[in-house]
Ligand binder design. Structure first.
Ligand SMILES: Nc1nc2c(c(=O)[nH]1)N[C@H]1C(S)=C(S)[C@@H](COP(=O)(O)OP(=O)(O)OC[C@H]3O[C@@H](n4cnc5c(=O)[nH]c(N)nc54)[C@H](O)[C@@H]3O)O[C@H]1N2
Ligand SMILES: Nc1nc2c(c(=O)[nH]1)N[C@H]1C(S)=C(S)[C@@H](COP(=O)(O)OP(=O)(O)OC[C@H]3O[C@@H](n4cnc5c(=O)[nH]c(N)nc54)[C@H](O)[C@@H]3O)O[C@H]1N2
Ligand code: SF4
Ligand SMILES: [Mo]
Length: 883
C-alpha cells in the first residue's frame, strides 16, 4: 500500500476527514483522527468507500449520442450549441443545473461562466431542493446566508432539538458525538412525525402532525414571552422586529393546549419541551429537511431563528440555531453563487455588487437578475423557453419532484449535456452529449462542511480514461465559446486563489471572507489544513456573531413574522394519506455510488413504504406485501412495512430507487412540486396519497452475473439488489403463464448451455439454473404462483463458488439450501454483516446491553450507525421488522 493521503468524505455535510491508502484501484480508508469534524470516526457509508471506487459503469470518454468523441469535438459541440442558442434566443434560453457534490473550484467556474460570460442568472443547484429555505431564512435574519455555530456547540449544549432531522441516519458521525454528550447529561428532543432512530433514543419525541412546525415554534416563542424567558437586554441591543413577531403571534390562540391540539401531540409533552427550552441557555436547534423541504420552509426556519434570537442564544458556546447541510459541498455552492438567487460570494444582483463582480471577472455581461430556481428551470425546459441545459453532478430525472414531468422535459429539450462519472444514470439517458467527470478519489479541490469548515479533497488515483475535473470541463467549454482568457486556469489551486480573492475583493462588510488564502502557493494549497471561514490572518473562525453584530446595515439581526399554514395540499377522501419521503441509513441519493457496495444494500435492499397498521389493515395491506402507492401525479409499487413508528395517516417512502434499480419503486414521480414561494424549495415531505395492495399472482427472482433491466411491456414489478458475486433481481407480476414464458425467454437469452430445470405445474413453480462451460453458475430463475420462495443468500453465494458439485446441483433442483434454516433475517450491522436473528440469539443468551451485543456478535462495534436499531431489539421493547 502507498502512503496515507488525508482527504474528505464525499457523502454528507458532516465532512469527515479520511485517511486513505490507495494502490491501483484498491483502497483502504479510516477516519482521520486529526480532522476536527470526525476525530477519527466514520459511518457505514464512509467506511465502505473502498467498495465504490471501481471503474465498473464509469463514463470514461466523451460521448455524442451513442458515439465516442474526442474532448475537442465534444467541448466544441457544447460551445457551438450554447452559442447558437444564445444568439438566437438570448441568455435566458440556456441553463446550468449543478450540485452540492461539485467541489468549490467546479462551482466557481460554472457560476463565473453562466453569470459573468453567458450573462444569465440561470444556474441553480440541487441545493434548491435541500437548503434553499434555510438560506432565505438566514439571509432575512442575519443579512447573509450565515451558519452561526460549529460542531463543538453540539457537544457543549445541554439541550439539542432535532427539527425534521434524522441525524442518526443522515449525519451519523455528528450523532455519535451528540450521543457521547448525552451520556454526559445532554438532552435530546426530536420533532418529527416519524419515530426515527434519532427519536427512538431521545429524551422526548414530539411526533407532530405533518407540516405543523411553525405552529409549534411560534407556540414556544409565545410561551417564552409569557414566562419572561426572553433576553430583553440582548433583544434591545442586537435584534429588530420583535414587536412585529409578537403582533403576529397574537393573531391566534397560543395557549399550550391549542398548540398541542393543532400539532397533534400530548399537552404534557409539549409543556415539557417548552419548559426545557425555557430553562436551558445552552440549547442548539438543528434543522434539516423536515424543516426546509416544505412550502413553508422559510417560515419554519424563521420560527426557529426567532426563538434563538429572542433568547439571545446565538453566537455563544453551546447555543445557536443550526441549519445542517446535506451534501458534502452544499455550503461551497452557496458561497460561490451556485444558486440562481445570488450573484457570487454572498453578493446579490444590486448595481454595486454587479459592477464589482464584473470588474473582478473582467466580465462583459454580468447577469442582470436572479435566474430560474431548479423546479421552475425544468418547467421552463418543458415549456420550451430553455432550449439548452447542462446538468453537472446531479440526477434530476430521479431527484426532482414530479419526476415524470422532468423526464418528459428532458426528452423534449433540444440540447441536453450531462457531466457525470457514471455512464448510465436516469439522467444521462436523456443526454445528447455526455462528458466524463473525475470522481471522488480522482478529483482534487475543496469542500465546505456544515460548520463552514473548508477541507481538501485530495487525489488518490490516477484519472481513468479521459475523465476530467469538472472545473476543467467548464473551462474547456468556456474557451471554446471564446472566453479563453478568463478561464485559463491550469490547476485547482489557481481556481481556488481566484475564488478566495473574490471573497476579499472590495470587502467592507461581507463575513464570507477567505482573504488570507488568496495567496496560497500550490504547495500550501496541497497542504491546506481544515479551516473555518471567515478566515483571518490569525486563522479560522469557529463561531459567528459572538459580538452580537450581524451582517445587516444596522448590525442588528431581524426577527421575521412566520404565520403558520397547513400543508400546501391537504389530504382528502381521494388521497387520504400524507406521503413523506426521505433517506435510509446506508444509501446515498440515487444509488450511483452506494448501489455499488453490496454491504450497503443489505439494510434496506429494496423500495418500501412505511405505514401504520391501523391504516394498512382495513386496506388489506399486509406486512411485507407489495403495495401500490398513488398520488395525483403517479404510482409506485413498494414493499409494505407496517410499523407504529409511523403516525396514523402518514406514510413514508425512501427517495433512493431509480430506473436502473427498481423502476416501480421510484418515489419522485409521486411527489407534488408545491414550492415555498420565497425559497422555491419543494414540499418533498407532503403529498396526498392512497395505498392499496398490488396483489401479484406470481413471484420470483432472477440471479445473474450482470445487472438486467426489466423487459418492456410486462405487468411486472422488478427490483435489483447487488450481491457480492452477482445481481439479484426480485420479480413479481400479475400476468399469466404466457407472460411468464415471455419473461423466461428474455432472461434465458444467451445463457450457458448446461441447464438444470425443475417444473412443478401444480404449485405454478419453476426452478431453472444455467451453468457456464466451466461448470460455474451463470443464471438462476425461480418462479412460483403458490409457494414460498427459498432464501436468496445461499444461491447468491454459489456464484462466488467454483464449478458446482452434485450436492449443489441437486439442492438447486430441490430449491432449498442443504441443511440450512429457510429464512434469514435482515442485516442490521452493515459493517460486520450481522443479521437481526443472530442479534436476537445473542440477546436470548443474555447479551442485554448494546456493549454485550457488540461483544457477542460484533454488531455495533464498528461505525455504530446501527446502535439505535440494536437498542430496539433489546428486551422490553417491541420488535418489528420487515423480512
Ligand atoms: N444515509 C444518508 N445520509 C445522508 C444522505 C443520504 O442520501 N443518505 N443525504 C444527505 C443530504 S443531501 C441531506 S439533505 C441530508 C438530509 O438529512 P435529513 O433531513 O435528516 O433526512 P430526511 O430523511 O430527508 O428527512 C428528515 C426527517 O424529516 C422528517 N419530516 C417529514 N415531514 C416533517 C415535518 O412536517 N416536520 C418535521 N419536523 N419533520 C418532518 C422526516 O420524517 C424525516 O425523518 O442527509 C444527508 N445525509
Ligand atoms: N422525494 C425526495 N426527493 C428528494 C429529496 C427528498 O428528501 N425526497 N431530497 C432532495 C435533496 S436534499 C437532494 S440533495 C437531492 C439529491 O439528488 P441528486 O443530486 O440527484 O442525487 P445524487 O445521486 O447525489 O446525484 C449525483 C450525480 O452526480 C454524479 N456525480 C458524483 N460525483 C460527481 C462529480 O464529481 N462530478 C460529476 N460531474 N458528477 C458526479 C453521480 O454519479 C450522480 O449521477 O435529492 C432531492 N430529492
Ligand atoms: S458521517 Fe458518514 S457520510 Fe457523513 S461525512 Fe462522515 S463518514 Fe461521510
Ligand atoms: Mo440534500
Amino acid at each position: 500500500m502507498a502512503a496515507t493521503v488525508r482527504t474528505a468524505c464525499p457523502y454528507c455535510g458532516v465532512g469527515c476527514g479520511i485517511a486513505a491508502q490507495a494502490s491501483g484501484r484498491d483502497l483502504l480508508v479510516a477516519g482521520d483522527p486529526a480532522h476536527p469534524a470526525n476525530l477519527g470516526r466514520l459511518c457505514s457509508k464512509g467506511s465502505a468507500l473502498g467498495a465504490t471506487v471501481g471503474l465498473e459503469g464509469r463514463l470514461l470518454h466523451p460521448m455524442i449520442g451513442e458515439r465516442r468523441a474526442s474532448w475537442t469535438e465534444a467541448a466544441g459541440l457544447v460551445a457551438r450549441r450554447f452559442r447558437e442558442t444564445l444568439a438566437r434566443h438570448g441568455p435566458d434560453s440556456v441553463a446550468f443545473y449543478v450540485s452540492g457534490q461539485l467541489l468549490t473550484e467546479d462551482y466557481y467556474a460554472a457560476n463565473k461562466l453562466m453569470k459573468g460570460f453567458i450573462g444569465s442568472g440561470n444556474i441553480d443547484t440541487n441545493s434548491r431542493l435541500c437548503m434553499a429555505s434555510a438560506v432565505v431564512a438566514q439571509k432575512l435574519a442575519f443579512g447573509a446566508d450565515l451558519v452561526p455555530g460549529c460542531y463543538e456547540d453540539l457537544e457543549l449544549a445541554d439541550l439539542v432539538v432535532f427539527s425534521g432531522h434524522n441525524a442518526a441516519w443522515t449525519h451519523p458521525v455528528l450523532f455519535r458525538r451528540m450521543e457521547a454528550a448525552r451520556a454526559r447529561g445532554q438532552r435530546h428532543v426530536v420533532i418529527d412525525p416519524r419515530r426515527t432512530d434519532t427519536a427512538e433514543g431521545a429524551d422526548l419525541h414530539l411526533a407532530i402532525a405533518p407540516q405543523t412546525d411553525v405552529r409549534l415554534w411560534n407556540g414556544l416563542l409565545a410561551d417564552l414571552i409569557r414566562r419572561g424567558a426572553v433576553d430583553r437586554v440582548y433583544v434591545a441591543e442586537h435584534v429588530a422586529g420583535f414587536a412585529e413577531v409578537e403582533a403576529e403571534l397574537a393573531r391566534c390562540d397560543q395557549s399550550p393546549a391549542a398548540v398541542a391540539a393543532d400539532c397533534g401531540v400530548p399537552l404534557a409533552d409539549l409543556e415539557r419541551f417548552f419548559g426545557w427550552f425555557a430553562r436551558t441557555p445552552r440549547t442548539v436547534s438543528l434543522f434539516s429537511m423536515g424543516a426546509n423541504q416544505s412550502a413553508q420552509g422559510v417560515a419554519k426556519g424563521s420560527a426557529i431563528l426567532n426563538a434563538h434570537l429572542a433568547t439571545g442564544r446565538i453566537g455563544k458556546p453551546g447555543a445557536c440555531p443550526f441549519s445542517i447541510t446535506g451534501q458534502p459541498n452544499a455550503m461551497g455552492g452557496r458561497e460561490t453563487g451556485g444558486m440562481a438567487t445570488t450573484l457570487a460570494a454572498h453578493m446579490d444582483f444590486d448595481e454595486v455588487s454587479r459592477a464589482r463582480v464584473a470588474r473582478f471577472w473582467g466580465a462583459p455581461r454580468v447577469a442582470a437578475a436572479p435566474g430560474l430556481k431548479a423546479v421552475e428551470m425544468f418547467e421552463a425546459v418543458a415549456a420550451g423557453r430553455i432550449k439548452a441545459v447542462w446538468v453537472m453532478a446531479t440526477n434530476p430525472a430521479v431527484s426532482l419532484p414530479q419526476a415524470s414531468r422532468v423526464r418528459a422535459a428532458l426528452a423534449a429539450c433540444p440540447f441536453v449535456v450531462v457531466s457525470d462519472c457514471m455512464a448510465e444514470t436516469d439522467t444521462t439517458a436523456f443526454a445528447h452529449v455526455k462528458l466524463p467527470a473525475l470522481a471522488w478519489g480522482e478529483k482534487d479541490g475543496t469542500v465546505t462542511n456544515s460548520e463552514r469548515r473548508i477541507s481538501r479533497q485530495r487525489r488518490l488515483f490516477d484519472p481513468p480514461g479521459e475523465a476530467r475535473a469538472d472545473w476543467r470541463i467548464v473551462a474547456d467549454v468556456a474557451a471554446a465559446m471564446g472566453f479563453a482568457d478568463a478561464f485559463s486556469w491550469r490547476s485547482p489551486a489557481q481556481v481556488f486563489r481566484e475564488w478566495a480573492r473574490l471573497t476579499a475583493y472590495e470587502n467592507r462588510d461581507r463575513m464570507l471572507d477567505l482573504g488570507p488564502l488568496a495567496a496560497l502557493t500550490p504547495e500550501a494549497y496541497d497542504a491546506l489544513e481544515p479551516v473555518q471561514w471567515p478566515v483571518t490572518p490569525a486563522g479560522g473562525t469557529a463561531r459567528l456573531f459572538t459580538d452580537g453584530r450581524f451582517q445587516t446595515p444596522d448590525g442588528r439581526a431581524r426577527m421575521v413574522p412566520a404565520p403558520a399554514l397547513g400543508p400546501a395540499e391537504a389530504v382528502d377522501g381521494a388521497f387520504p394519506l400524507a406521503l413523506n419521503t426521505g433517506r435510509v441509513r446506508d444509501h446515498w441519493h440515487t444509488l450511483t455510488r452506494t448501489g455499488l457496495a453490496p454491504d450497503l444494500c443489505r439494510h434496506a435492499p429494496e423500495p418500501y413504504v412505511e405505514i401504520h397498521p391501523a391504516d394498512a389493515e382495513p386496506l388489506g395491506v399486509a406486512e411485507g406485501a407489495l403495495t401500490r402507492v398513488r398520488t395525483a401525479h403517479g404510482e409506485a409499487v413498494a414493499l409494505a412495512r407496517l410499523t407504529d413508528r409511523q403516525r396514523p395517516g402518514s406514510i413514508f417512502m425512501p427517495m433512493h430507487w431509480t430506473e436502473a434499480f427498481a423502476p416501480h419503486g421510484r418515489a419522485n414521480p409521486l411527489v407534488a412540486a408545491r414550492l415555498d414561494p420565497r425559497s422555491g424549495q419543494p414540499e418533498f415531505k407532503h403529498t396526498p396519497a392512497l395505498v392499496r395492495p398490488y396483489r401479484e399472482t406470481w413471484r420470483g427472482f432472477f440471479l445473474a452475473r450482470q445487472a438486467w433491466r426489466s423487459p418492456a411491456g410486462l405487468d411486472l414489478v422488478w427490483r435489483r439488489i447487488p450481491q457480492g458475486a452477482c445481481q439479484l433481481h426480485e420479480l413479481a407480476g400479475r400476468g399469466d403463464e404466457t407472460e411468464r414464458q415471455r419473461l423466461r425467454k428474455a432472461l434465458a437469452r444467451g445463457a450457458g448451455v448446461d441447464v438444470l430445470r425443475f417444473e412443478d405445474p401444480g404449485a405454478g413453480g419453476l426452478r431453472e439454473a444455467w451453468l457456464g462451460a466451466d461448470g460455474r453458475l451463470d443464471r438462476v430463475l425461480f418462479f412460483t404462483t403458490a409457494c414460498r420462495l427459498p432464501p436468496r443468500d445461499w444461491l447468491a453465494e454459489l456464484f462466488a463458488a467454483g464449478p458446482l458439485d452434485a450436492d449443489a446441483r441437486s439442492a438447486l433442483l430441490i430449491g432449498r439450501p442443504p441443511g440450512r434454516p429457510l429464512e434469514t433475517g435482515p442485516i442490521v450491522c452493515a459493517c460486520r454483516g450481522v443479521r437481526a436473528d443472530r442479534i436476537a440469539t445473542a440477546i436470548g443468551a443474555g447479551a442485554v446491553t448494546l456493549d454485550a451485543v457488540a461483544e457477542a456478535t460484533g454488531a455495533g462495534a464498528a461505525c455504530g450507525s446501527c446502535r439505535p436499531e440494536i437498542a430496539r431489539l433489546l428486551p422490553a421493547k417491541e420488535v418489528r421488522h420487515a423480512a
